[in-house]
Design a protein around this ligand. Structure first.
Ligand SMILES: C[S@@+](CC[C@H](N)C(=O)[O-])C[C@H]1O[C@@H](n2cnc3c(N)ncnc32)[C@H](O)[C@@H]1O
Length: 218
């Protein structure tokens, strides 16, 4: 599978790619779906920000009441709709647009998307999500992040490469890293938690190496 000049606007088979690139990604998705069921009642509005192909919402559709509205937002036409999701609304929009807004909602997913937004746009988006969520509603967010201890960071990075070598060549892994440096900027856990502190309750729900997900309840 080629990852030369990685771009969301050209990549093929994105769902396969992300499952092979993030360790235990399928387990993360299953864990997130289990937690999500607690927030999706009748007539709930659920967003997925940076939904890529819409696969997560296609899976939510299978467990959500028919009356629930599921809305995925992404700015890549190359990805939107590629999972063939039925009963899901997919919108091409830029999450960093100044007048981007969300309707009052019960649940927002934001999985490995914030790390692709300019640093200055992240706080604004989290604040927009927080104000759109009803009291008791939730944001489920996942990010790749850095740890403070250099030895552990190296250990995580190279354990991740070991896993990727099962599916990609060393050249493909390096090519993707070179492409990502221009578009992806993970932060430390401390920085991510600072962004999320607007929520009353922030609880880790999944972690593998430097990939971590939190449930944030308003
Ligand atoms: C790593 S992918 C996330 C994948 C998906 N959430 C998942 O977990 O499978 C990041 C996504 O964010 C989207 N994205 C990046 N910047 C964006 C922006 N400013 N507005 C909307 N979508 C954006 C990309 O197109 C891409 O689909």
């Amino acid at each position: 599978m080629s990852s030369t000049n990685f771009s969301f606007d050209t990549i093929q088979s994105f769902d396969d790619h992300i499952e092979l690139s993030i360790p235990n990604y399928v387990n993360l998705r299953e864990s997130v779906l289990r937690v999500a069921t607690h927030f999706i009642g009748e007539n709930a509005l659920v967003y997925d920000l940076g939904c890529s192909t819409g696969l997560l919402l296609a899976k939510v559709r299978l467990i959500a009441p028919e009356s629930a509205r599921l809305v995925g937002i992404d700015r890549s036409d190359n990805l939107l709709g590629k999972s063939g999701s039925q009963g899901v609304t997919l919108i091409n929009d830029d999450l960093t647009r100044a007048d981007f807004s969300l309707e009052s909602c019960e649940l927002v997913f934001c999985l490995f998307t914030l790390q692709f937004l300019p640093l200055a746009a992240r706080k604004t988006l989290i604040e927009k999500v927080h104000s759109a969520l009803k009291p008791g509603a939730a944001l489920i967010i996942a990010e790749k992040q850095y740890v403070d201890n250099g030895y552990i960071q190296d250990l995580f990075t190279f354990s991740h490469y070991d896993m990727k070598l099962e599916h990609f060549t060393a050249e493909q892994i390096l090519d993707k890293q070179l492409s990502l440096r221009r578009i992806m900027r993970p932060q430390s856990e401390e920085q991510n938690l600072a962004l999320l502190k607007v929520f009353g309750c922030v609880t880790p729900i999944w972690q593998f190496l430097q990939f971590k997900a939190w449930l944030c309840i308003k």
